[in-house]
Design a protein around this ligand. Structure first.
Ligand code: C5P
Length: 222
């Protein structure tokens, strides 16, 4: 394995990317980059400002000034706006939907890509998302694509609701995940796709530790 490599992990919602990327980064002493959190932050702050999420011009002027602070440690990827951590606020279904909406806009994608490349300028990162191996880091040394059966992915998403008073019905979560998949796979700009040269891992019947183990084995074998 080369020193301070760039590793990408792509795949649809619920495939296990975030946990795998975070654990992989931790075991290699690398920086974990969560590209989805940046799309969520754009959607969250633009909504708070009352902007029309479908208006590229309004979002473009907003992005020229939007400079959230990013920190990444062994707990994960953190975003801060005006000195306040917003990472938890980004994890609601409303923000998920809004993030998918703004993610179709080329200006938004460019903003996220520039931030990620800046953070990865010295290498030593595990970048997770939908287009990390295809568009953001096409030259990455190691690329993985994780996927799992839809019911499994929906069940994993449902765990995010653990402890909530009225968690949504499984069938509604499944429909929501399927709708997000469709939007991510069919958009014109950087659609979700398996990057060339990526190692495909079906995580349906694997534990997180097994997936991380497979990734590490592939990395160390080369
Ligand atoms: O991964 P996460 O669920 O946090 O991503 C939120 C949304 O942001 C995704 O549904 C997708 O629409 C968008 N996204 C993207 N490209 C990425 C990461 C996320 O389009 N690299």
């Amino acid at each position: 394995m080369g020193a301070r490599a760039v590793i990408t992990i792509d795949g649809p919602a619920g495939a296990g990317k975030s946990t795998v990327a975070r654990l992989l980064a931790r075991s290699l002493g690398y920086l974990y980059l969560d590209s989805g959190a940046l799309y969520r932050a754009v959607a969250w702050q633009a909504s708070r400002l009352g902007l029309d999420l479908g208006d590229p011009r309004a979002l473009s002027s907003f992005l020229a000034e939007f400079k959230p602070e990013v920190t990444s440690d062994k707990e994960g990827f953190h975003l801060w706006v005006n000195g306040q951590e917003i990472s938890k606020e980004l994890r609601t279904p409303q923000v998920s939907r809004a993030a998918s909406r703004v993610a179709v806009l080329p200006r938004v994608r460019r903003w996220v890509k520039e931030r990620l490349r800046h953070l990865a300028r010295a290498g030593g990162v595990v970048a997770e998302g939908r287009d990390q191996g295809t568009v953001v880091f096409p030259e990455a040394e190691y690329k993985f694509f994780l996927d799992a059966a839809l019911p499994t992915r929906a069940a994993r998403r449902r765990q995010d609701w653990q402890g909530a008073d009225s968690p949504p019905l499984m069938e509604n979560i499944m429909a929501e995940v399927a709708a997000r998949d469709r939007q991510d796979e069919t958009r014109a700009e950087a659609p979700l796709a398996i990057p060339q040269g990526a190692i495909f891992i079906d995580t349906t019947d694997l534990s997180i530790e097994e997936v991380v183990g497979q990734c590490l084995a592939r990395i160390r074998a080369s």
